[in-house]
Design a protein. Structure first.
Lengths: 638, 114
């Protein structure tokens, strides 16, 4: 723990300081004395990732320094590799963060000093998901009983399907919840239960209801656990309702279509918005041709009952593992003199679906465009797919061309490989000879989604430009070398029970260089009132053996941006272990700072005792680089 | 002579800074092969600079002069891509030393010839 700055003095001195630091006079002074919370994964339940803090501005962000940094101790390489994509919460005058081995750390917001630690990981062993966590959820009783515990609760899930509820003040288990404070969500995992529910993403909260999805194990089986979503009583853990995206009569043919990413909530209407993932087996759909309207969709439910209010399928008959993978961002769009309740659903395809959040109807048109047929025996690709021309997709329709540098240094390996592959742009079906997949299963937009300034409807999102190769391997051929294994070196997955195993390869040459032209990742800004792209720039830097490659190449990113009222975008996400502040108006990087590993999560921004903090969980992700960490680091102005 | 000492100084600074980056987390360069490469190349530069302190001549010395130049250029390029301006500055220092060594040596030879 390295607290570097003392608390701001209270009283007259702090008010004077706030006046100096802020540019807005009396109004800013009033704002600076109130704590500004970040009480949900997405900043708020609407997943806006927006802070009203104005202390840090484009003019002074260059002075931003590390305020405190702690190490949780939860980091591991190898078989028990940790993946930490948590967004800390700031609420109840405390910063709460979950760790990849399922501890909750409660720390003081201005010093990083630990208040308490709860360990939910004692019963969590290595399971299908490895050790992953994306944070905790917070609930407060609307009618708190004085002197009673658990009027404010922090929840953390584990990879073995348990949800722990602890008192937000003390870190003690809430005995009325589940069985002595621990709810075995896995008790409801009764159909095709190939694994335990991985409760990696914290639940969404609406009044006294927790809305909970789960993560599974992709690409291994044809028939997997159906993607049930649970509505749970926040006080007791009692099951209120369930939602099944997969029709009952198809549950012997397919599975998943689970909700593994964030869920957003409209607190005014009581609607919850689910990003529903794709069904199993992910790359061959010949045994699940039947229409399943809720899979690979954005679906709105009544939070109290779980009833479907509307659902919009965003990919038909998904055979590319293009899960809908981020919580929709809620905003009110001003269009044609009207205010329209809306949401933006970013996707792995780089599409930004802008829908009326009460009806699911598109606000900007969605076209049904024809796409190529599958040449795989038994498969029947959908003849059309939804296409969003406006806002402009974050990735182009065709894969970038071959990188000259990668091709020359590999003596033409990239060109020769590409010539053997099927490549017909978006939605080229997987094939036995191999197909170019762009955007591929990594996106496009990853699970963090975008951020919005709800006062201007400026929307910012990071996106990847990654080319992969999808190959289906006939079962008999796969059985010869996989010999019943779920995974096999070289990128093979069994898709057990289907006629084809699957091979995923990154389109790299033998030196490990991307065969496609950069950029590899971008950051874009849109005016969501008009759908117009405001700016788009390569973002981050690729770091290779320590060497930074050119800025113009950008970086693959995992994580998401946040926006502040002060006019800044804060984002980690890139491969180069740096966190950055970007000018919201121009996209220019104004500040960057080295942290211990890639900060593969969106940061949290809060104001405490008149001082604005930006805090990152720095966990790294083995998909990006081997550099992992357990650092929680906060930044503030001196 | 002075030129050789500048090469030694450049190598020493490069090695110290590279060692710091290699072993201390926080700059994104700890444990990276690129940082290790710069550490080794800076140490080699330091040693080669020590060899060049004297007035010795001959094929081996000439070979060292050429190799040191390659070392300086290579380490400088690496420092650029590692985004380590101090090491880059150290390589500029070493390059100045190398030029002094080469020009000074040539001048000495021309004086001897005259």
């Amino acid at each position: 723990m390295k607290p570097r700055f003392a608390l701001l003095a209270l009283g007259a001195a702090s008010i004077a300081g706030a006046l100096v630091l802020s540019s807005g006079g009396i109004a800013q002074m009033a704002a600076s004395t109130d704590n500004q919370v970040w009480d949900a994964f997405g900043g708020n339940q609407q997943a806006q990732k927006y802070s009203t803090g104005t202390q840090i501005t484009p003019d002074n962000v260059k002075n931003l320094k590390e305020a405190w940094s702690i190490h949780t101790g939860d980091v591991a390489h190898g078989r028990e590799e940790t993946t930490w994509g948590a967004t800390p919460l700031f609420v109840n005058n405390t910063v709460y963060v979950g760790t990849p081995k399922y501890k909750i750390f409660a720390v003081e917001p201005d010093t990083g000093k630990t208040k308490w630690v709860y360990d939910a990981g004692k019963d969590a062993k290595l399971d299908n998901q490895g050790f992953k966590n994306r944070g905790v959820a917070y609930w407060a009783a609307p009618d708190p009983q004085a002197g009673q515990p658990c009027q404010k609760i922090v929840y953390i899930g584990t990879v073995v399907g348990t949800l722990h509820a602890v008192d937000a003040d003390t870190g003690k288990l809430c005995k009325d919840f589940g069985n002595g404070g621990v709810l075995n969500v896995n008790q409801w995992n009764t159909v095709n239960n190939k694994w335990k529910y991985g409760l990696i993403q914290p639940p969404a909260v609406y009044k006294d209801t927790l809305i909970l999805g789960w993560a599974g194990l992709d690409w291994v089986y044809k028939v997997e656990d159906p993607g049930t979503v649970f509505g749970i009583d926040a006080r007791t853990g009692k099951l209120k309702w369930t939602f099944d995206p997969i029709p009952k009569d198809m549950q012997n043919q397919t599975g998943t279509s689970n909700v593994w990413a964030g869920i957003s909530v409209d607190p005014e209407t009581g609607l919850v918005y689910l990003p529903v993932s794709s069904p199993s087996p992910n790359y061959y759909g010949g045994d699940r041709i039947k229409e399943m309207p809720y899979v690979t969709s954005t679906t709105a439910l009544n939070a109290e009952t779980g009833e479907v209010v509307w659902s919009r399928q965003l990919i038909h008959h998904d055979i590319w593992d293009l899960d809908i993978n981020s919580a929709p961002t809620l905003l009110d769009i001003k269009k044609d003199g009207q205010t329209i309740p809306a949401l933006v659903q970013a996707t792995k395809q780089g599409f930004l679906f802008v829908l009326n959040r009460k009806t699911g109807e598109p606000i900007f048109p969605i076209e049904e465009r024809p796409y190529p047929a599958s040449d795989v025996p038994g498969e029947k690709a959908s003849p059309t797919q939804p296409y969003v021309p406006l806002p402009e997709p974050t990735v182009p329709n065709k894969a970038p061309g071959i990188s000259t540098l990668a091709d020359i240094t590999s003596f033409g390996e990239c060109s020769r490989w590409k010539a053997r592959l099927r490549d017909e742009g978006r939605f080229t079906p997987p094939s036995i000879r191999g197909s170019i997949a762009f955007p591929a299963t990594v996106g496009g937009v990853e699970w963090g989604g975008g951020a919005v300034d709800p006062t201007t409807n400026t929307y910012v999102v990071n996106s990847d430009d990654v080319v992969q190769v999808y190959t289906l391997v006939p079962r008999a051929e796969a059985d010869k070398f996989m010999k019943g294994k779920q995974r096999y070196p070289g990128g093979y997955s069994a898709q057990e029970g289907s006629p084809y195993a699957f091979r995923l390869q990154n389109f790299l040459n033998s030196w490990g260089m991307p065969c496609w032209k950069p950029p590899y990742g971008t950051l874009s800004s849109y005016d969501m009132n008009t759908g117009k792209l405001l700016w788009k720039k390569p973002f981050g830097e690729v770091q290779w053996n320590g060497f930074y490659l050119p800025n113009s190449w950008g970086s693959v990113t995992i994580g998401a941006p946040v926006i502040t009222k002060g006019g800044l975008v804060f984002i980690g996400a890139s491969m180069d272990s740096r966190v950055r502040a970007v000018d919201l108006k121009t996209g220019d990087v104004l500040w960057k700072w080295h942290v211990d590993a890639p900060a593969v999560a969106q940061p949290a921004v809060y104001t405490y005792k008149g001082k604005q903090y930006v805090v990152f969980a720095v966990g790294g992700n083995g998909i990006l680089t081997p550099r992992l960490s357990d650092q929680l680091v906060a930044f503030a102005l001196p | 002579m002075k030129g050789a000492w500048l090469i030694v100084a450049g190598g020493l600074i490069g090695a110290i800074v590279a060692a710091y980056y290699y072993f201390i987390p926080g700059a994104g360069l700890d444990g990276e092969y690129g940082t290790l490469l710069v550490l080794i190349s800076s140490l080699l530069m330091l040693l080669a600079g020590l060899v060049l302190r004297g007035r010795a001549t001959g094929f081996l010395v000439s070979l060292f002069v050429v190799l040191i130049l390659l070392d300086i250029i290579g380490t400088g390029v690496c420092a650029y891509f590692l985004e380590t301006p101090v090491i880059l500055a150290a390589m500029v220092l070493a390059l100045i030393g190398w030029l002094m060594r080469v020009i000074g040596h040539a001048a000495d030879n021309s004086v001897e010839v005259a």
